[in-house]
Design a protein around this ligand. Sequence first.
Ligand SMILES: [Cu+2]
Length: 501
Amino acid sequence: MIGLLIVGIILLFGVVVVQIGRVTDLTAKIRGEEAVSRSITNSQAKWLMVFCVAFLVYCVASAIYYKNSMLGYGPHEAASAHGGDIDSLFNTTLFFTGIVFVLTHVALFWFTYKYRRVEGRVGIFFSHDNKLELVWTIVPALVMVFLVTNGLVVWNEVMPDVDPNAEVLEFEATGYQFAWDIRYPGPDGKLGTKNFRLINLANNPLGQDWSDPKNIDDFHPTEIYLPVNQKVRVRITAKDVLHNFYLPHFRLKMDAIPGLPTYFVFTPTKTTEEYREELSKYPEWQVPADPENPNGPQKWELFDYELACAELCGKGHYSMKRIVKIVSQEEYDEWFNSQTGYYIQNIRNTNDDPFKAQLLPYEVEARSQELLSEVEAALIEDDPSTISINLKNVFFNIGSAELKDDSKYELDNVAKIMSEYNDIAIEISGHTDNTGNANSNIVLSGERATAVTQYLTEKGITSERLKAVGHGQTIPADTNDTVEGRQNNRRIEMKIISQNL
Ligand SMILES: [Cu+2]
């Protein structure tokens, strides 16, 4: 129906044009061609002047009307340290190009009016004018030199990379069709190495080399958190086609190129909360975020900085959005500490783990804390000797009392705790599962317990504070019917047998 109406309107418009043409022809015949042509020229020249004024007024009015929606104006002042420089660069350019824009338009339309066809007036012809040539070459050249110099100064301030040894928070953004993979370096502060040949969509989207210890704590968060006023270096890269890492509120925009990391260093200066505060002062943000729910949160309350892709990289391009949160250092630390490494979550102890049978430093550290709190918990009991503490990761070669190398971590922790609490004595007990001869199990478990106390003596704990016993299979901790149960039964335990030595 609407289509039919449109066709009808177009047809009618065509008829009107043809009719006007006919009427003009007829009047021209009646009044003479010359007179008609003169009157048309005059009215066209006047209407063009009217159009010029209306157009310029419209340009200025729309700029003023939409001012608060533009980056750099109203609530949208830059949220980064360098952003103000870029904004003032834009303003300077806008000032000069604005003057030229107005002048050329006024001249264009004024000339069509002033030099409209007038009976008997002839144009002046001249082939060359040195003065004119000089003016329109030198003036734009001077303005260009000023703009380019200004631009170079800002470029040099905004673009330099950081000193390789500088304390800077670095994270990595990898664009792909159609999302960003974000990677943070974890507590070691260093991003692990990558190799594109290792990329595997199932459990290694970035191709991290798991044999590099720097990769162990790297984590892949869903949101980008950054502490306010902290210098940040983003390593920007891509996996498939060109993307563009764009943080409009921070005036940061950098191409993401497959195979060639680019960098951008910036310092966020406004927290998300502060930016929201700023927005809340403007009426256009004081409206319900969801028009269907007038009592719900207002638009400014739900504002978030965002990362977008500013390259038309494919049909899902619009979905390359990530929330960016700028928070205080305390909030950042809390968030940072709640993250778990990608390796720890997805790779540890799988077949892709090159450290499968080994203990890793973070595990040793975590176990050290755990053991200390188990000992402290036992010490506040009325009778600590009722509490058996299972010593984890104490391993022996099969059928022998020879300690394996990995056992030293746990035993060193025991030695450390005993030096700290230098008034306690402990009993080390050995236990086995029910395979083999019961008596020889008692002997073996006793020898293993002794091997442990011997190791502790070597670490400087006096033998009076240590007692070794072997219980063999007599005190099982689990069932002996499953492999796992038997494994739990083969163990070394520790008990605090006296305090205040
Ligand atoms: Cu993209």
